[in-house]
Design a protein around this ligand. Structure first.
Ligand code: ADP
Length: 187
């Protein structure tokens, strides 16, 4: 069997845009095709690797650096790494991209209005009420990717469509087999 080539698939976007959801389905699909996958999800990272870091710009950049460090180690050991992190700053994303090399930037894009309406974790409501400060999209900056490798417009496409866009890009770049198999996920 051909040796798997490592890559980091970096999902950036507002809270509630769909990063974790896409990651979950992408992980399941890649595992079902026998690829070795590891997931670094923002919430999980902040409870472990980045415990104690705040949401200041400095600490957000440090958080991304730490995720990038681990993603790099895994990638160079031929793991497919899925990162789901808001990662609001362009410069921090560019820095990890340069370090890792095999890096696919995915812009998980939904309008702020849609993310706020979804309010998956009730955080927007708390941010609007002033209970959470420095919340991305409300009182903190999000710098959209200038030239993402993939853009998932989750406010107008199904989860399956979003996941398929990423799989197609991975196949196009030679990281996975070019086996066209549309997946079936709930929309
Ligand atoms: P994030 O990880 O970016 O904070 P979540 O994945 O936790 O966001 O939540 C996104 C929500 O949007 C979920 O409830 C999901 O079912 C919904 N959603 C609707 N369409 C899509 C899509 N195309 N891709 C991903 N999520 C979607």
């Amino acid at each position: 069997m051909k040796k798997q080539q490592g890559a980091t698939i970096w999902l950036t976007g507002l809270s509630g845009a769909g990063k974790s959801t896409i990651c979950k389905f992408l992980e399941a699909e890649l595992r079902s095709r026998a690829y070795q996958v590891e997931v670094l999800d923002g919430d999980m990272v902040r409870q472990n690797l980045s415990k104690g870091l705040t949401f200041s710009k400095e600490d957000r950049d440090e958080n991304i650096r730490r995720i990038g460090f681990v993603a790099h180690l895994l990638t160079r050991n031929n793991i497919i790494v899925l990162v789901a992190a808001i990662s609001p700053y362009q410069a921090a994303r560019a820095e990890v991209k340069a370090r890792i090399g095999d890096f696919i930037e995915v812009y998980v894009n939904a309008s702020l209005a849609v993310c706020e309406q979804r309010d998956v974790k009730g955080l927007y409501k708390r941010a609007r009420a002033g209970e959470i400060k420095h919340f991305t999209g409300i009182d903190d900056l999000y710098e959209s990717p200038l030239a993402p490798d993939v853009e998932c417009q989750t406010d107008r496409e199904t989860i399956a469509e979003s996941v398929d866009k990423i799989l197609s890009k991975l196949a196009e770049l030679g990281y996975i087999d070019r086996r066209v198999a549309l997946i079936t996920t709930p929309s």
